[in-house]
Each structure stands twice: as structure tokens, then as C-alpha cells.
Design a protein around this ligand. Structure first.
Ligand SMILES: [Zn+2]
Length: 309
């Protein structure tokens, strides 16, 4: 039995995870990031103590997923702007207070580890999990372990540049994959067609309110044959495949897991990707399998619980 903690910008979620990757009990509290790291860490400590008290079997260790850059070997958060952490040591003190080991890693890396051990990439040695949500996140698993890079910043796959001088990304660079392949970018690409969108099925499905357009609506409209939606999706999938192709050419994983809001489109998205991939991969021989993420919101907790194993 171990505890996985998913420390997010709005909530801290902690769960007891068994040896089959099942979340047996879960607790959460709001993240009081504005009150500083001490308060956030005290809340995590309390959740862990409560869960340890309720577990029938002793808890072996705690793993925490952090929304930022983490020195996982020293158990220290280097930089996590969303939660106001900068150079905060975590593992040593928390481990002393709980009397069991405490491990840290980046949250997207944790989600990738969860999918690799117990989710869509179970049984694979090398996998990459790509999360297409507000941004594009990811984690690289090599030989069953998270690849952090020498300075712990590896796996920022959303910030590979796919267009020199292209769209501005949230990180300040131009042309990042995230600026083309996130759910937010997909919606932005549809809204760009101001004149056509009002008479499209996209606007109709959003009840005439362009602010209510979601990635799902655009996929649904395309599925129903809407011309604009089809063009937008076509362009989107093309850009998505540039980044996926780069990752395959560099890493050639057994499995590529697609998660996040856009992955809700399921097999239709996988089919569209597989159709394009031969043009994106060296020699056109795509051996990597594409699958939709399986652990959903629990990926962070399950993956964090696998840290240190
Ligand atoms: Zn970027």
C-alpha cells in the first residue's frame, strides 16, 4: 500500500493506492497556494496522516506530483509558479514527520508513470504520455522509469518548436507545439474563422455562443460533416502529428498514450493520427502503438504512488 498525492493549482488530491494500481480511498482539500509553501505542505501532511490512519495495511511510502520542475533525487521543488514554490525542500522533512520515504516528481511525469505501470501503456518498457488539455503536457518513460534529464527539466514536449516564428506560446517562445496542439489552440483555430463560424454547426452546437465552443463540439461538428469543422480538425491533426512524429523519430517508444480533453474523441482521433503518421516518421514505418489514456483524473495519484519503485 502506498499514498499518491496530486498537488494541483486548485486542489490537493491524495489517495491510497494498492499494488494493482487501484485507488482505494481518496481525500482532497483546496490548495492554499497564496498562503505559502508551509501551509500547502502542512495540508499534504495532514491528508497523508489521515489516509495512513485509515489504512488497514501499513503504508510503505508517499509520492507527490508537483506542477513544476522538481529535483527528484534531492526531493526538492525547484520551480512551481502555479503554487508559489521556489527552491523548497520537501522530502526530507516530510519523510521525518511521517516516518516513511517521501518521493517527488513533476505531475505530468507522474501521470506518464501511472499509465505505464497500470494504465494504457501497461506492459511496455518505453512509452510517452501526451496530455492534450489547456496546454500540452507529457512524460517520457524509458526502461520503465521516468526520464528527467540531467537537470530535471526533460519531458517538456509541448515546447518543442514546430513552426519557426509561429504562434506565441504561454511560455514566451514562438511556434511551440502547445500553441497548435492544445485544446485551447484548437478552439482558437476555429474562432479565427469569424465569418464562417457563425453559420457553421460549431456555432449551432455551442448554442450560438462562441465562448461556449469546446474541443468536443468541434470534433462532433466535423463528425457530423460540417465543412469548417472538418478543415479545422484536419489542420489540427496535421500539427498534432508533426510533434508526435518528432517524438517517435527521437525515442521510438512501444506505446504513445494520448490523454487530456482532446483525447475524449477516442478512437476517431487515434484513426486520424495513424492515417497521417507514416508521412511523419523516418522510413514511414510506424511501429509505435497509439492508445487513449486509461486512468483519467487518477493518473496523477496512481503515478505518484509508483515513485521510488
Ligand atoms: Zn512554449
Amino acid at each position: 500500500m502506498r499514498i499518491g498525492v496530486d498537488l494541483g493549482g486548485t486542489n490537493i488530491a491524495a489517495g491510497i493506492v494498492d499494488d494493482d494500481g487501484k485507488v482505494l480511498a481518496k481525500k482532497s482539500v483546496a490548495t492554499q497556494a497564496q498562503k505559502g509553501p508551509d501551509v500547502v505542505l502542512a495540508d499534504i501532511l495532514r491528508l497523508c496522516k489521515e489516509l495512513m490512519g485509515e489504512s488497514a495495511v501499513p503504508v510503505r511510502h508517499v509520492g507527490i506530483g508537483i506542477p513544476g520542475t522538481v529535483n527528484s533525487s534531492r526531493g526538492m521543488v525547484l520551480m512551481a509558479p502555479n503554487i508559489n514554490f521556489k527552491n523548497v525542500p520537501v522530502s526530507q522533512e516530510m519523510s521525518r514527520l511521517l516516518n516513511i520515504p517521501v518521493y517527488l516528481d513533476n505531475d505530468a511525469n507522474c501521470a506518464a508513470l501511472g499509465e505505464a505501470r497500470f494504465g494504457a501503456a501497461r506492459g511496455s518498457q518505453n512509452s510517452i504520455t501526451v496530455t492534450l488539455g489547456t496546454g500540452v503536457g507529457g512524460g517520457i518513460i524509458i526502461g520503465g522509469k521516468i526520464y528527467t534529464g540531467t537537470f530535471f527539466g526533460a519531458g517538456e514536449i509541448g515546447h518543442q518548436i514546430i513552426r519557426a516564428g509561429g504562434n506565441v506560446c504561454g511560455c514566451g517562445q514562438r511556434g511551440c507545439w502547445e500553441a497548435y496542439a492544445s485544446a485551447a489552440s484548437l478552439i482558437r483555430q476555429a474562432r479565427r474563422w469569424e465569418h464562417r463560424i457563425t453559420t457553421s454547426m460549431i456555432a449551432e452546437m455551442a448554442g450560438g455562443d462562441l465562448e461556449k465552443i469546446t474541443a468536443k463540439i468541434i470534433f462532433d461538428a466535423a463528425g457530423a460533416g460540417d465543412g469548417l469543422a472538418r478543415e479545422v480538425i484536419d489542420e489540427y491533426v496535421g500539427n498534432l502529428c508533426i510533434g508526435l512524429g518528432n517524438l517517435i523519430n527521437i525515442f521510438q517508444p512501444d506505446v504513445m498514450v494520448i490523454g487530456g480533453g482532446v483525447s475524449g474523441h477516442g478512437q476517431g482521433l487515434i484513426d486520424a493520427i495513424e492515417c497521417r503518421m507514416p508521412d511523419m516518421v523516418f522510413n514511414g514505418d510506424v511501429l509505435t502503438k497509439f492508445v487513449i489514456a486509461r486512468l483519467g483524473n487518477d493518473a496523477g495519484i496512481v503515478g505518484a504512488a509508483c515513485l521510488g519503485e
